[in-house]
Every structure is written in C-alpha cells, then in structure tokens.
Design a protein around this ligand. Sequence first.
Ligand code: NAP
Length: 300
Amino acid sequence: MFGKKKSAPQIDKDQLELIENAQKRIKQKKHLYIHFVIFLIGAVFLIIANTILGIGKEFTIFGKEWFLYAILLWLFLFIYHLFNVFITNKFLGKAWEKQQLEKLVAKQQERIEKLKKNVVNDLAIPASNKETKNEQKKNELIIIVAAAENNAIGKGNKLIWHLSDDLKRFKALTSGHHIIMGRKTFESFPKPLPNRTHVVISRQKDYQVPDGVILVNSLEHAILASKNDTETFIIGGGEIYKQALSIADKIEITRVHENFEADTFFPNIDTNFWKETANYLHKKDKDHDYEFSFITYKRK
Ligand SMILES: NC(=O)c1ccc[n+]([C@@H]2O[C@H](COP(=O)([O-])OP(=O)(O)OC[C@H]3O[C@@H](n4cnc5c(N)ncnc54)[C@H](OP(=O)(O)O)[C@@H]3O)[C@@H](O)[C@H]2O)c1
C-alpha cells in the first residue's frame, strides 16, 4: 500500500534550457551549411545558363551580364545569413541575454554587499546610544570590550585579533566622550586616540602622561573626572573591567566567536544582573577572520 515511488532521472530547468539552446545552434549552423552548398551550385548554374546555354545573353546591366548581379545579390543574402548565425544569434540570443542578466545580478549583489558594509556601524549602534547623543541624559557608565568565547581579551599587552568593523564601532560609540583605562591599556596605544578624553588609572604618583590626558589613582576618581559627560566608557583592560563590572550601567561587548590563548580575560557576565537588549551578528568575510556579535547588556 505504501510502496516506493519509482524515481525518474531529473534534469533541472537550466540544464534543459542549455540543451535546447545547443540544439538550436546546431540547427542554425546546419541550415547555413546547406545555404552555402545551394549558393555554390546556384552560382555555377547561373554562369552555365548564361555563358553556355545563352539564357538572357543580350540582357546586361551597366555593360555587365545579369548573372553577375544575381550572384552578387545572392552572396549578399548569404553573408547576411552568416552574420545572423554567428553574430546576432550568438550575442543577442537567449543564452547571451541570460549571461548578461547573470552578470548584472552579480554586479548588483556586489553593490548591495558594499552598501551593507557601510551601514554596519549604524546597524550595530543601539538606538538608545543614538538617543543619548541628542538627549542630555545623566552620566551613564558603559563598559566596552571585545572578548572571545572563553573571555580572552589580550595577550602580551596587545589585542589578539584585528576586526576593522569592531574598531569602527568602538570609534563611533566612544568619540566625543571620556574613556577610562588602566595604565597598561594606555601604554598599548601608540598614541592617544583622537577626539576622546583619556582618563588613565595608575598607582604610580609620578607617572607621566601627555598633555590633555587625565591621570588618576583610582577608578572612583576616574568616574569623578568624567562626571559631566553623558556617557563615560570603561575601555579596559582586564583589571579595570573587573573593578567596573559591579558599578557599570551597560556593557557593549563584541563577542568574538572563537577561543583564544590569552593572559588577560574579561569577567563572566552574570545574567542574574544583566539583561541582553541587542544582538547583531557580523559574519566572517575577507576583511574579518572571525565571526562576531555586537551584544548590548543593561543592568537589570
Ligand atoms: N579586548 C578588549 O576589548 C581590550 C580592551 C582593553 C585592553 N585589552 C587588553 O588588556 C590587556 C591589558 O589589561 P591589564 O589587565 O593587563 O591592564 P590594565 O587593566 O589596562 O591596567 C592595569 C594597571 O592599571 C592600574 N590600576 C589597576 N587598578 C587600579 C586601582 N584600583 N587603582 C590604581 N591603579 C590601578 C595599575 O597601574 P600601575 O601599575 O601603573 O599602578 C595596573 O597595573 C592588554 O592585553 C590589552 O590589549 C583588551
């Protein structure tokens, strides 16, 4: 009753179209060949009819025998046929149209991918962040970090990966604001980041910082130094994150979906205290070696 159905071999639509096109081309070339043979025989027949059999011998056009014009006209028709088969049908036929369409679709796809990339930062910036840039809200303390699945964040006082869209997002979020960091993180930069007020924490009283950089000796003092800002970002590293986690209002984490060997780690995010409010996946691509997600957590 529930016997198996016999499966017939399947040819997909594209394959069928290709076969039909190939058959059409063979037919066109065959017809052209037949035309050529008929033309040769016909031309010889016209020459014989005029010169040997004397048909229309008295009829000339501009002093030349009529059969020359007839052969020329036929030659012109044959060339027109030849042109149709090798040029018009080859380049303007269905197969050519399809090829052009595919090229066009591929180009459009490429443009869409480029546009997508340009808006990636916009997409990944949570709406609440955009709002706070306009509304003058109270000072919000935000941890911003890029951490692997195993919470790795750095090794040898360096970042472990290079993810350009993450750096762009970091810049977009922190620009114009105070950024608080530990002395070691500050030293990992070749020079201070433009358009941000750096607040560096160190226990060393005589630690030298460039003009414009604020030096403090505790996290509390760092927060005090940033109190007039609407958003203050804690940008690392491991020691500072650990101390800031219990007092921050928000975490902007870039979760890199890999495990890495490291010497510095981000603390675990306890979901009893933190609620995920946004999550945007960024796929691996030619500029990004790893897949990662921009995730926003707010304190519950
Ligand atoms: N993936 C990411 O998003 C990210 C972000 C930032 C950094 N990182 C990485 O993290 C690593 C650096 O982190 P880290 O934990 O080694 O160092 P860190 O947190 O950047 O800096 C530690 C230093 O901060 C000062 N400090 C810490 N707590 C203090 C306190 N309560 N009072 C006064 N000073 C205090 C001390 O400076 P003194 O010794 O001068 O007293 C301490 O040595 C690097 O590998 C870096 O690339 C990763």
